[in-house]
Design a protein around this ligand. Structure first.
Ligand code: ATP
Ligand code: MG
Length: 480
């Protein structure tokens, strides 16, 4: 950490000097300043330039022999330097005239820049020019909010969110990522303006949603979106999970749970053990078709028969609509489709072929499937939870055992049948199989290594003995 800060300082002072030489005011701002105060090591440095940020980015790129990637539309530029990403924005002033929804943009001061940021904790700046290096500019008391662990907007939240409704999702994401509380007026504004999220492009919404899913406790973000009414616009299928009672059938146990809160608990359980974003997404999706398949069965209770298959089939249209990367679709479909299968293998007198079928269906996702199943145990009774976990261990071991046996069975002598026939002067016959088997046994017993030369030498050595034995052995066997 110490070392990183030193490197940061060299980098930041260098940027400051480049700015000094051109009489430009330069500040580190936003996420980098927030994370610095939270003691996090971040290599994405957001910088605000009072003046022409794109031109300044080119100068910095030239200095470090790098290349600036310019986003003309947003007036921002990215300069990669080693494993740092320096992002430059200009100070902009946005004025909204009452009759127009489009802002009038002009060059502004640092304060103008900070007031159009999303939250006070993201609206602090640190001066990088030599004479004032390290001076904190915190007009919206972001540092105090960092300490209090709260999210507050620099302006009236209705104004901040109107300027860019995506900020409502950013609120949910930061709450989930940092564990911070939203100020009541922020939540109120989100409730009132929830439908404004529909003016935002799907790409930005999905990007923000996935970042929220990657947080240590994604449920915080999802509950925020649900309670403020945003979720029904962003992800209606997840929103619809709320209020659907889940009734466990069997063991005379009727546990009433809300599928939404159940799913969130499974997701949080999983997030503790896995950062795999697509496993997290599959977990969010695992019971998605429960509302659709809910039926009341006389004498049994509610059932959700077939929800895993229907949920899997929904994934393609969900992926399309959310513009999710299609290469992850088969994996998510597979996990949703199979999430009940390991449980079935616990209850039954399981045959090898049932075990084998699951292993083949899951393929590379087998371990992830079990990670999902274990996270799906949400009983509050610790004894029962332990029992369920043990059950999954037993099923997993069964799969490993069957696979191991299959592998042994698939194993072949390195000296093949044709060669044995040629060498022993044999026609295709059971004697060939007998000799091949003898070689395989020797390898399995560890008498010789599983290599061609050793097997051939072994064959040469025992050929006559085996031929004689085969003559006696085979007629006897064929009588059985
Ligand atoms: P992360 O750790 O995910 O990068 P971040 O806060 O750094 O979080 P960025 O998207 O990198 O987020 O943005 C950098 C800074 O730019 C933010 O801290 C914030 O000050 C400002 N910012 C980004 N997006 C918005 C937005 N939609 N509205 C207002 N300010 C924003
Ligand atoms: Mg950032």
């Amino acid at each position: 950490m110490e070392k990183t800060l030193e490197i940061h300082e060299v980098m930041l002072r260098t940027l400051g000097k480049i700015a000094d030489e051109r009489s430009i005011e330069l500040y580190a701002v936003g996420g980098w300043v927030r994370d610095y105060f939270m003691g996090r090591e971040v290599h994405d440095i957001d910088c605000t330039v009072v003046g022409d940020s794109l031109n300044f980015a080119e100068i910095v790129a030239h200095y470090f022999s790098s290349k600036a990637v310019v986003y003309e539309r947003f007036r921002t530029a990215l300069v990669p330097v080693g494993d740092y990403k320096l992002e430059f924005v200009g100070t902009r002033k946005e004025e909204y005239l009452s009759h127009s929804r489009k802002p009038i943009v002009s060059e502004g001061t640092l304060e103008d820049d900070l007031r159009r940021r999303d939250f006070t904790i993201n609206a602090m700046a640190v001066s990088l020019n030599s004479t004032s290096f390290g001076k904190l500019i915190d007009i919206f008391r972001g540092q105090e909010d960092l300490e209090r662990k709260i999210l507050r907007t620099p302006l009236d939240p209705m104004v901040t969110f109107s300027d860019d409704p995506l900020r409502m999702m950013r609120a949910a994401r930061f709450a989930a990522r940092l564990g911070f509380t939203l100020m009541p007026e922020i939540k109120e504004a989100m409730k009132q303006m929830a439908d404004r999220i529909t003016i935002i492009s799907q790409e930005r919404i999905t990007d923000e949603f996935l970042k929220m899913l990657a947080a240590p406790k994604p449920s915080i973000g999802l509950i925020t979106l649900y309670e403020t009414g945003l979720l029904k616009y962003i992800f209606p299928e997840v929103d619809r999970l709320a209020g659907i009672d889940l009734v466990q059938i069997g063991e005379q146990e009727y546990a009433h749970k809300d599928v939404f809160y159940h799913t969130l608990q499974v997701l949080d359980n999983l997030a503790v053990v896995s950062d795999n974003l697509w496993l997290r997404f599959a977990t969010l999706m695992h019971d998605i078709a429960k509302p659709k398949t809910k039926r009341f069965l006389q004498g049994i209770g509610w059932s959700f028969h077939g929800h895993e298959e229907i949920g899997a089939r929904w994934q393609q249209s969900i992926f399309r609509r959310l513009k999710l990367p299609m290469e992850n679709l088969p994996y998510v479909e597979k996990l949703v489709r199979l999430h009940q299968r390991p449980m079935i293998l616990i209850d039954e007198e399981v045959t090898d072929s049932a075990v084998r079928r699951l292993a083949v269906a899951a393929g590379d996702a087998l371990e992830d499937l079990f990670t999902l199943c274990r996270a799906d145990i949400t009983t509050k009774n610790p004894k029962r939870a332990e029992k369920y976990l043990r059950n999954y261990d037993v099923v997993f071991k069964k799969i490993m055992d069957v696979q191991e046996r299959d592998q042994l069975r698939a194993f072949q002598s390195p000296v093949r049948g044709e060669e044995i026939m040629e060498f022993c002067n044999l026609q295709p016959s059971r004697t060939v199989g007998f000799i091949k088997n003898a070689i395989e046994e020797a390898i399995l017993e560890g008498y010789i290594p599983n290599e061609y030369d050793a097997a051939k030498a072994y064959l040469i050595k025992y050929k006559d003995e085996w031929l004689a034995a085969a003559e006696q052995e085979i007629p006897k066997k064929s009588k059985i």
